[in-house]
Design a protein around this ligand. Structure first.
Ligand SMILES: [Zn+2]
Length: 323
């Protein structure tokens, strides 16, 4: 399996257009030891030369143009809904957050592909956000595939009955908070466990784990055993690196909310992700979705050093892995 990081920052990117925190300001001034980053986006390819996206970043158009593998005319597609030239087979949506779904609008150019999402995420996009109906203009239209909140789905790229799936995807529930833009009326009828998901992509004996958002409740409750066991079993785990500390947004004047209140478990502290990370895991552990305020982005900072010393890598745009 090939994996490519097309973007590695949280919503807003780094630097963020309206932010003058220490990180953003020093980056603009050329006084920052670290990289600029676009909003989080992963792509993976299994055997058949068809690429799949994990998330649909607001930066998706420029990210795809910067990745030659994802450009059209690079080889025939197999079993996708049409004979279009794009190597894109489908998109997995981990949540209905703007930074997970806005990129779908970049894919609106009459192109059929699969969209994998929980029924709740699909309902938010289709019922309350009619702009996403633009995807239905393709002929055939995009195909929505339902992900059960704790289920496993086999992805077939061949039409032949009885053919083995190309890969499997397990959905791991990681948070019950829906985006603020969802109406109260709709939220009342949505299943909490369908709000935020992580994905395990299985191909042969290889496992890729993707969890750009891990809520405090998921990090601590008994369900956390489940995500932790998936990490132990993975060859590479991309993990919520949004915030270093719980009060980071308050300390930088960005918000009055804590990291946990906005749906992310911070990296540091006794219940932080570095501490909660399963000690037995053997695969690569890679932080992704870093907010522009996060001190680990600064390669001269003690927090950056602490993360590396704990055995973690920090994802960057253009990073590639072969599993
Ligand atoms: Zn900033």
């Amino acid at each position: 399996m090939r994996v490519k990081v097309l973007g590695s920052a949280a919503g807003g990117g780094f630097p963020q257009w309206n932010c003058a925190c220490g990180n953003c300001q020093r980056l603009r001034d050329g006084k920052f030891h670290g990289r600029a980053r676009s909003q989080t986006q992963l792509a993976f390819m299994t055997n058949s030369k068809v690429w799949f996206l994990l998330s649909a970043s607001p930066d998706l158009r420029t990210q795809m143009i910067a990745a030659p593998e994802l450009c059209p005319g690079r080889g025939a597609r197999n079993g996708a809904p049409s004979a279009a030239e794009s190597p894109l087979g489908g998109v997995f949506l981990p949540s209905a957050d703007v930074d997970s779904v806005a990129g779908l609008l970049h894919l609106r150019e009459f192109q059929p592909f699969f969209v994998f999402a929980t029924p709740a995420v699909r309902r938010i996009l289709q019922q309350e956000n009619r702009i996403f109906r633009v995807l239905e203009r393709a002929d055939p239209p995009v195909k929505w595939v339902a992900l059960s909140s704790k289920g496993r789905l086999g992805c077939h790229l061949e039409e032949e009955p009885g053919a083995a799936p190309e890969f499997l995807c397990t959905t791991v529930p990681l948070g019950s908070k829906y985006p603020d833009y969802v109406s109260e009326e709709l939220e009342r009828v949505l299943a909490p466990e369908e709000a935020t998901s992580g994905f395990v992509i299985h191909q042969g004996d290889k496992r890729l784990f993707y969890a750009p958002s891990i809520s405090a409740e998921a990090a601590l409750t008994s369900d956390s055993l489940k995500w932790r066991s998936w990490i132990e079993d993975s060859d590479a785990a991309f993990l919520d690196g949004t915030f270093w500390s719980d009060d980071e947004l308050m300390a930088t004047g960005r918000s009055k909310k804590t990291a946990r209140e906005v749906g992310h478990t911070p990296l540091s502290g006794p219940d932080g992700l570095l501490e909660r990370y399963p000690k037995n895991s053997k695969g690569r552990r890679i932080l992704i979705h870093m907010n522009n305020t996060n001190p680990i982005l600064d390669e001269d900072s003690p927090q950056h050093r602490a993360v590396l010393d704990a055995g973690f890598e920090i994802a960057y745009d253009g990073m590639e892995l072969e599993l």
